[in-house]
Structures are given as structure tokens and as C-alpha cells.
Design a protein around this ligand. Structure first.
Ligand SMILES: [Zn+2]
Length: 412
């Protein structure tokens, strides 16, 4: 979900229909309900978060409070930590003139602590970094006014944002999110999906693992890998609930994207219906970006060793160092969660025993006749482990069970 706590939704009034601004912010009760729905479906959600509040400096339009105190020295372009801000609009028509980002922040933090959502970066301010021009109200056609909301490429006037400014804005977002939520972001979605090659490099330098903007970039590798096989399904009407059978049959993971504004079209309970639609369509895991980044970027090396005519040992080395951890080991999802490793064996073979390098027995679940899932315990502060699987051929009467390859290594 994109955009909670974004100040540009207050300032930019004229937007195309699909954008929507000036809607009431989600309430703590609505966030709590969302948490219950996510728990019900064992789903995890990534919140693409905006950490800085930009003031428009207009004292006639509304009153700004920081840490409960009225801000007297209002100045356009000044940036505040959003979690400390309450804004009360006074002129114009507002469905709800109160933007209580303090209360909303607390509700979001409760869900982070309960393990229901992860916080990732959606930029620091979701606004042009050329704030002087915005404050001077550099003229822009009314139908382009919403393009001020792009932070990492200037869509309004079609020009790149200098590298140093991009780095400062993104670093500020990392710093604030870590401070607010005790969680370092590892996925970055640039606002309005506006970015250039510099943005991708800057994100990699700052320790991000994935950049997602319709296209996915795997930043854990050098050179950076661009991955096109990750379709995004936006939950916006009228797309919501319209299944694509080809996509469902493809076996590809999909990103389901939506905005907080969607929950002003549908009630929050709609999320329950929406998750159920995906489960009925055959999607089995509703994971967040952080778990996805862990699965995408972990390094796995497997080696087969035959042991007599009916036995084989698979040695799997797992390295989760690339999955996060720049300055914060906890940003590696599998530091605290079991790693689900899938082994596909030739027909007639089965895993009889699995253990890790310290000799601990591992949980092994048979998924179907040829697939086995091994639950590798959370890595904690370590990044590497070795898993040993002892496999056995179960001879059938016809005895056509294929043998394991003599020896083979594979890396991914
Ligand atoms: Zn956005």
C-alpha cells in the first residue's frame, strides 16, 4: 500500500480522477481492522511510507501542530518529521479537515510490532525536491499540477533530479523510517514511479535490496538486474477482482498494489473480500516485499553426492547476507523467520532426514510426490548455514525410478 502519511495529498487539490487527494486519512480503528484481516489470512503487507511532512506555509488555509504545539513560524518548503504533525484545515471544503498523523503513526507502529506490516520507502516527501519553485508557484498547467508529487525525477518540467539531492532525500527516508519503526527499509518505490538510472544506483548504494516501479530491480547484484517477470496488479477500480486466468496459470509471483485512497472508495472490510479472491484463484502465500526480497536475493548452492545405488545426500549452502542488513541485521527477513526451502526430487525419491550444520533436525513437509519443503530455522545474527538432506530411492516393482545424477552442483 502506497501513500499513508503523505502531505502532498493535502496541498495538491487539482488532480486527475484516478489520483484523488484531500480524502480523510485512515483512522487508528481502520488500521486495527486492517491488521485483524491480515492476520486472518496470514498475510503480510508492505507499507510504502512517506516520512517527511512538507509545509505549504499558508497560515490562512490551516493550522499546523508539531508535538502538540502550534507552529508559529510557518514557512513554505520546511520539512518536518511526519509522525510529529497534526494539521487542521480551516478554509475550503474538506470531508475531514483534521490530519492527525501522530495518531495514525502510532496505529501503524502497533501493526509493525505485531508483525503484520513492514515499512518500506516511498521517498521522504513525495514532492518535488525543487520546493522553491513549488513555493513560488512556478506556473504549471492545471492538468499537470499533480506532477509536483514526483520526488526523484521532475515530471512537471521533465528534468532529472541531481544525484546529490536524490541521495539526500532517500537517505533521509531511511534514517527516519529506522528511527520511527526500528526497521530499516530495504525496498524502495519511487513516488509516481518516476526515477532514472541515477535513482537505481543511489538506492543500491544506500543498501536497498529491491526497487519496484512496475519493473523490479534486484539491487543485491552487480550489475543490477532488471526483472520483468513480476507483474503488478493494481487494486484500483475497475481492475479490482477482475481475474486474469493467464496470469494465474503462469505460476509467477504478482505484486498487488493499492493506495490508502482505495480505502476511501471501499470500506476497509473490502480487503477481506479482496484477499479471498486471490486465495480462491490459487495464490497460496500472501507475503510482503521483505519476505519476497529475502527469497529473491538469498544465494543458494546445492551439491548432490551419491551414497550407494539407492541413496543420495544433498548439501545446500544458504547465504542470506545479500537480502538486507546494511547497518541493521534485522532487515534480513529470514533473520527472524524460518526460510522455506523447496527440494524437487526425481520421482520415486524421498527425503528421509534433514539437519543443519550444528546437527539440528529440520522440519520437512512433503508437498506432493516430488516436492519437499524444508523449514530452515531463523538465521538470527548469522548469514550462512548448511543444510544436509539424506534422500532415498523407494524401489517400485517395475523399478524404473531414475537414479540421481552422479554428482552435480547448482547455484542460484
Ligand atoms: Zn505515491
Amino acid at each position: 500500500m502506497d501513500d499513508p502519511q503523505t502531505s502532498s495529498k493535502i496541498w495538491i487539490a487539482r488532480v486527475p480522477r484516478r489520483f484523488r487527494t484531500r480524502f480523510p486519512e485512515l483512522t487508528p480503528a481502520e488500521w486495527a481492522l486492517m491488521g485483524r484481516i491480515l492476520r486472518m489470512y496470514r498475510a503480510r503487507m508492505s507499507l510504502m511510507y512517506v516520512s517527511g511532512f512538507v509545509d505549504n506555509g499558508d497560515t490562512r488555509m490551516g493550522v499546523l501542530f508539531r508535538r502538540g504545539r502550534r507552529v508559529r513560524d510557518r514557512r513554505c518548503g520546511r520539512i518536518f518529521p511526519v509522525r510529529e504533525i497534526r494539521y487542521v484545515a480551516q478554509h475550503g471544503t474538506w470531508p475531514d479537515p483534521v490530519y492527525d498523523f501522530v495518531a495514525e503513526y502510532r496505529a501503524i507502529r502497533a501493526l509493525v510490532r505485531a508483525g503484520r506490516i513492514d515499512i518500506e520507502s516511498h521517498g521522504d516527501i513525495h514532492m518535488t525536491p525543487f520546493l522553491n519553485e513549488w513555493c513560488r508557484q512556478r506556473p504549471i498547467p492545471p492538468d499537470r499540477e499533480h506532477l509536483w508529487m514526483a520526488e526523484f525525477y521532475d515530471l512537471a518540467f521533465q528534468r532529472p533530479v541531481p544525484r546529490g539531492i536524490q541521495r539526500r532525500r532517500l537517505a533521509r527516508s531511511v534514517f527516519r523510517i529506522q528511527r520511527y519503526f526500528d526497521m530499516r527499509p530495504i525496498v524502495f518505490a519511487p513516488p509516481l514511479h518516476a526515477y532514472d538510472t541515477v535513482t537505481v544506483q543511489v538506492a543500491q548504494r544506500l543498501g536497498f535490496v529491491l526497487l519496484h516501479a512496475q519493473t523490479l530491480y534486484d539491487l543485491s547484484r552487480s550489475p543490477i538486474l532488471k526483472i520483468v517477470r513480476l507483474p503488478t496488479v493494481w487494486a484500483h477500480l475497475p481492475l479490482a477482482g477482475r481475474p486474469d486466468p493467464h496470469l494465474d496459470a503462469s505460476g509467477l509471483p504478482i505484486v498487488v498494489g493499492w493506495h490508502d485512497s482505495d480505502l476511501r472508495i471501499h470500506p476497509v472490510a473490502w480487503l477481506r473480500h479482496y484477499l479471498r479472491v486471490f486465495i480462491q484463484r490459487g495464490y497460496t502465500r500472501l507475503i510482503g516485499f521483505r519476505a519476497f526480497a529475502g527469497l529473491m536475493t538469498a544465494r543458494v548452492a546445492a551439491r548432490y553426492v551419491p551414497r550407494g545405488p539407492d541413496g543420495a545426500r544433498i548439501q545446500i549452502d544458504l547465504d542470506i547476507a545479500p537480502t538486507g542488513g546494511a547497518g541493521d541485521p534485522d532487515s534480513r527477513y529470514f533473520a527472524r523467520h524460518a526460510f522455506p526451502l523447496r527440494a524437487h526430487l526425481p520421482g520415486g525419491w524421498r527425503v528421509v532426514h534433514g539437519f543443519d550444520k550444528s546437527g539440528r533436525n529440520l522440519d520437512i513437509i512433503r508437498m506432493d510426490t516430488a516436492q519437499w519443503e524444508i523449514r530452515v530455522p531463523p538465521f538470527g545474527s548469522h548469514t550462512r548455514t548448511r543444510v544436509i538432506l539424506d534422500c532415498r530411492r523407494v524401489r517400485s516393482r517395475s523399478d524404473e525410478t531414475p537414479a540421481f545424477p552422479a554428482t552435480r552442483e547448482s547455484h542460484s
